[in-house]
Design a protein around this ligand. Structure first.
Ligand code: GTP
Ligand code: MG
Length: 299
């Protein structure tokens, strides 16, 4: 009989300033989209757990909201979530962009990591956008800021370098339990991910302050297995009447487009047909109301 290796597991947090590609990287590692992404900063609002099974064991990745100087209660919640995910972990992946030299935003994140005194792997993302000399300059500039356990340049978009990153993480896993069953990819409820998918479509199709004043709540989620169908009604909360007009659009065109984009993605995620109805409601300044924040799951 061959000797059995012990099962190994560990928690790994993805952290960085907004828009550096944390959620894109999580999805790439998992090979499935569970975290929403967009080209606008502050897309992620909650901690998103991704469960990655490897032959040696299980890695629990935590995607976090981009760390920034928060203004307002929603943003405070977001940053608190990210900071809380930086302790009691095996290793932090500090994500930065290959396209910009270290700036104030990166320093701010790095100081938080230094305070929590966890080992840090520097992940330089978006290398598909730069040439090697630029990358070398960046590695040198960041290496002066902290004693990183390792530096891994990669592209979350193409996947180039992701295997190397997993190799760097491996030594941080230690004998431990399988925290979740092998067929689970996240601990988040399907309803949460469905609401996020609707919010992503809104983030991608709207501009200025609108995406930041949107919250999505699933009102009904009815499975009809005999018809291979799920019927979903979702409420989109906005902060102003003018935002509602834009989201509904001329003769309802915008809300129809949002509904179609969302439905296609939700069908792929749930693996069933979906009937999706979207509603828009104005809740003036919901993002400043403790009650509304609690109701929408931001507490
Ligand atoms: N070219 C390129 N773009 C990337 C790469 N990774 C992410 N992006 C893009 O960068 C933008 C931000 O990606 P996200 O994954 O949403 O970034 P994030 O760090 O999760 O952002 P927040 O949730 O706002 O903190 C999106 O437009 C992505 O498509 C990459 O490797 N190469
Ligand atoms: Mg994100």
């Amino acid at each position: 009989m061959t000797e059995q290796q012990p099962f190994r597991s560990g928690f790994v947090t993805l952290v960085g300033r907004p828009n550096v590609g944390k959620s894109t990287l999580l999805n790439k590692i998992l090979g499935q989209k569970i975290a929403i992404t967009s080209n606008k900063p502050q897309t992620t609002r909650n901690r998103i757990l991704g469960i990655h099974n490897v032959p040696a064991g299980q890695i629990l990745f935590m995607d976090t909201p981009g760390i920034h100087k928060p203004q307002g209660k929603l943003n405070r919640f977001m940053v608190d979530q990210a900071i809380a995910a930086c302790s009691d972990i095996e290793v932090a992946l500090f994500l930065v962009e290959a396209t910009s030299l270290p700036g104030g935003g990166d320093e701010y994140v790095l100081n938080i990591l230094k305070r929590s005194s966890v080992p840090v792997v520097l992940v330089i993302n978006k290398i598909d956008l730069v040439k090697p000399p630029q990358l070398l300059r960046l590695i040198e500039a960041f290496s002066q800021k902290h004693k990183f356990h390792a530096v891994v340049p990669l592209s979350a978009k193409t996947g180039n370098g992701v295997e190397l990153l997993l190799k760097e993480i491996d030594p941080f896993l230690s004998a431990g339990p399988r925290y979740f069953p092998e067929d689970m990819i996240t601990d988040l409820p399907e309803r949460f991910i469905v609401a996020e998918m609707v919010r992503e479509k809104i983030m991608r199709r709207t501009r200025e302050e609108i995406p930041y004043g949107v919250a999505v709540q699933i009102e009904t989620f009815t499975e009809k297995p005999e018809k291979n169908l799920v019927v979903i009604q979702a409420m989109i909360h906005v902060e102003r009447e003018s935002h509602k007009r834009i989201l509904v659009g001329h003769r309802g065109q915008m809300i129809r487009d949002l509904g179609k984009d969302s439905r296609i993605e939700i069908e792929r995620f749930l693996g069933t047909r979906v009937f999706l109805e979207l509603f828009v409601r104005v809740d003036e300044n919901w993002s400043q109301s403790d009650r509304m924040l609690r109701e929408l799951g931001y507490e």
